[in-house]
Structures are given as structure tokens and as C-alpha cells.
Design a protein around this ligand. Structure first.
Ligand code: 5GP
Ligand code: ZN
Length: 114
């Protein structure tokens, strides 16, 4: 595997601001927030994209969304709403090739996104 900045964040090589963690998930503040709350939720296991999650690993999606639920509640976003986004591949502008769920909230979010 080529170097991966999110794996470096998981190992502590690159510092991050932790928001939530458990055995399978780590969540941290996005370095360039696009909303008052912008958190990245990642599996500890390196998987490049949605399409690289193998059938036996589909529980990763459940874990990502379970963490999102906990964080949204913790941050008080459950009342006014929030957005969950996974950019997948070139057309979606995926820049980091370690699967991540964006959790954004704290303001009215436009739809559709660009
Ligand atoms: P993508 O476009 O791949 O869906 O999103 C990648 C996200 O990772 C971007 O929102 C970007 O700001 C964030 N990001 C990139 N490098 C770092 C970093 O070193 N630390 C943190 N906390 N976020 C990063
Ligand atoms: Zn990685």
C-alpha cells in the first residue's frame, strides 16, 4: 500500500483532534472545516473507497453510521439536522483514498451540492 495520510493519523504520526473512537472507528475534526461542525469518521482498517469494502466487511458501513449517530447526538446536531457524505472516486472529488464519512452540521446546508 502507498502511504496514506489517514493511516498516519490513526498511528499518531500526523496529529489530529479526536472526537470519538472505539475498536473499529476513529473520528476527528476536518482540518479545513466546510461547516461549523465538520468531522471525518474513518474505519481503523485501511479501505480505499466504498467500492473496496468486501462483502465480509460490510459491517464497516454500520460502524461508520453508528458512530455518526453518537457524535451527532453528542454535538446536539440531532435536533436541527446534519449531513453525512462519502465522496467516492474522481467525479465526487475524493482526495484521500481511505474511506471516510463526512459529518457536517451547525448551519443550513445547501442542496444540491456542487
Ligand atoms: P475527500 O475530498 O477525500 O472526501 O475529503 C478529504 C477531507 O480530508 C477534506 O475535507 C480535507 O479537509 C481533510 N483532510 C485532508 N488532510 C487532512 C489532515 O491532514 N488532517 C485532517 N484533520 N483532515 C484532513
Ligand atoms: Zn489508510
Amino acid at each position: 500500500m502507498d502511504s496514506c495520510i489517514f493511516c498516519d493519523i490513526l498511528s499518531g504520526k500526523i496529529p489530529s483532534t479526536p472526537i470519538y473512537q472505539d475498536d473499529t472507528i476513529y473520528a476527528f475534526a476536518d482540518i479545513h472545516p466546510k461547516a461549523p461542525v465538520h468531522i471525518l469518521i474513518i474505519p481503523r482498517q485501511h479501505v480505499s473507497s466504498v467500492m473496496d469494502v468486501q462483502t465480509q466487511d460490510l459491517k464497516i458501513f454500520s460502524a461508520l453510521h453508528g458512530a455518526a449517530q453518537k457524535i451527532a447526538r453528542e454535538k446536539g446536531l440531532d435536533r436541527d439536522g446534519f449531513r453525512l457524505v462519502i465522496n467516492n472516486g474522481t467525479n465526487a472529488g475524493q482526495a484521500v483514498h481511505h474511506l471516510h464519512l463526512h459529518l457536517m452540521g451547525g448551519r443550513k446546508l445547501n442542496w444540491p451540492p456542487g
